[in-house]
Design a protein around this ligand. Sequence first.
Ligand code: ZN
Ligand code: ZN
Length: 646
Amino acid sequence: MSWTALDALGADRNMVAARINGRLMDLATPIAEADDVEPVLIDSEEGLYILRHSAAHVAAQAVQRLFPEAKLGIGPPITDGFYYEFDVPEPFTPEDLKAIEKEAIAIAKSGQEFRRRVVTEDQAVAELAHEPYKLRLIGSDGGAEVMEVGGVELTVYDNVDRKTGEVCWSDLCRGPHVPNTSYIPPNAIKIMRSSASYWLGDQANESLQRLYGTAWPSKDALKAYLTFLEEAERRDHRRLGTELDLFSFPEDIGSGLAVFHPKGGVVRRVMEDYSRTRHEEAGYEFVNSPHITKSQLFEKSGHLDWYAEAMYPPMHLDAVVDAEGQVRRQGADYYLKPMNCPMHNLIFSARGRSYRELPLRMFEFGTVYRYEKSGVVQGLTRARGFTQDDAHIYCTHEQMAGELDSLLTFVLNLLRDYGLEDFYLELSTRNPEKSVGGEDEWNQATQALREAATKQNLELILDEGGAAFYGPKISVQAKDAIGRTWQMSTIQVDFQLPQRFDLEYQGSDGTKQRPVMIHRALFGSIERFFAVLLEHYAGAFPPWLAPVQVIGIPITDDHVDYLEDVAAKLRHRGVRVEVDTSDDRMQKKIRNAQRAKTPYMLIAGDDDVAAGAVSFRYRDGTQNNGVAIDAAIEEIVTAINDRVQV
Ligand SMILES: [Zn+2]
Ligand SMILES: [Zn+2]
């Protein structure tokens, strides 16, 4: 018997594989004394990857047991799970999925050993004669998603029955896998769904059925994941957008282009108003620019060189052609703008600038259009038309560090005001192969960003060489209420555009100087931030953002006038209030208000009228009866002004 990684590391049920001299390998791999061997644990990123990929084998075996005619496609691990593809005559039904799961659980329990076997190409071709798709992979190096080939050797993994030693099932795979199928906890495997796909993702190829599943180190981990998925589904902004009547994507307008309904419009206006106020306080000046422009502008900015694919195609306008077909006047191409920056540069250079004007901070809610591929368009988070809360800051080199520092503080504080609290920062640094600007400039800007980030006492992740060619960047990543990370704000230094637009200011010594340019969008786009907040709050916006802040609920029609008076007083204080005067019974009105996630219900009956009071009912179902009208108004107004989370 040879000495294996398992022998070196000692048996441990939490250990699923080994890292041998830096490579992920099976625990049964023979090793030499000089080899460097480290354990790979089941709950590590790599361990989960191996667990889930091993579960993909188990699922595929289950499918072929139940559907012997199924031909195997590929079966890689993916985020939080795995898939396996099959060529089957009929799509899987929900009953099929249940049966496959049951079979997979039985295979996991049986503890079949994963046994690795090196084969030659000829052997593999002979063994896989009945698997036409696997045959096509032999001789190729696969791709990112192909686990079958691409290792140092061509290998087949046999699933061996531990009692009889019989080979139950085999698959072409580069591995590694867990030692045996019982390492996949049977109560932590789930077949999730299936959908149509194409061989190797190419529409020109055969149509296959892709089976999605997941596997976790324990039953509890699976349960937590399923709860998370349910919660994410419940919070899906597209669903809430319809349920709460906030926005829609009419087909007549086109993919990725939203309309905001009155209630969504209110939330959006409040978000914008608050942002405007804060920007005004922070010394920003407000500018406006058009939605379309002649191509010259984007030639000058360089966008047509490196960004044209993400732009809507041009409109050719103003050409004059006579009856003979002679061109009398050349027209021009107009583009919808994908970015506001070039236009802001034109505002900067509209007249001479002095150092006394710097830093000059230009802000605009600028609507831009990007021709996202239809496959990636997704609700408000990836739209084709959206409004950026865009600002460009022009400053001197000496001012740059201070600007970046105060900017980052401003950005984080504003995000906190909207209710996000958990952040980390990512710093993207220079890729020397592909960058404009001098090394000194880059070092200075990167150092300034790093110092600004370090002061925030937040986790800082380095994205070495990940910056765009025109300058280093900090991005703010925010975690939402269920722990999902969203990229929010970006602060981008730009060494390129000031050059391309020949931006200048007159320095204190009278010489011409080039300003530093900083781009920053805080929300990214209003639409996307709207979606993030909607999902973060699961539709229950805090009072200051809620489209309807208070709803009056009369116990009978006799109490309508009384509540209308209270509502008028609230309205006078700027509160968004409605009185439910519908024919519905009171209980139904309460349910409707709960469904609309209205922060405050004010209920009034005879006792309240007699006492000059109202009864509060809050979103969590708790109630506070007999509150004097003035006190009720103060409670609501204070909560709104303080932007409390309730
Ligand atoms: Zn495999
Ligand atoms: Zn910009």
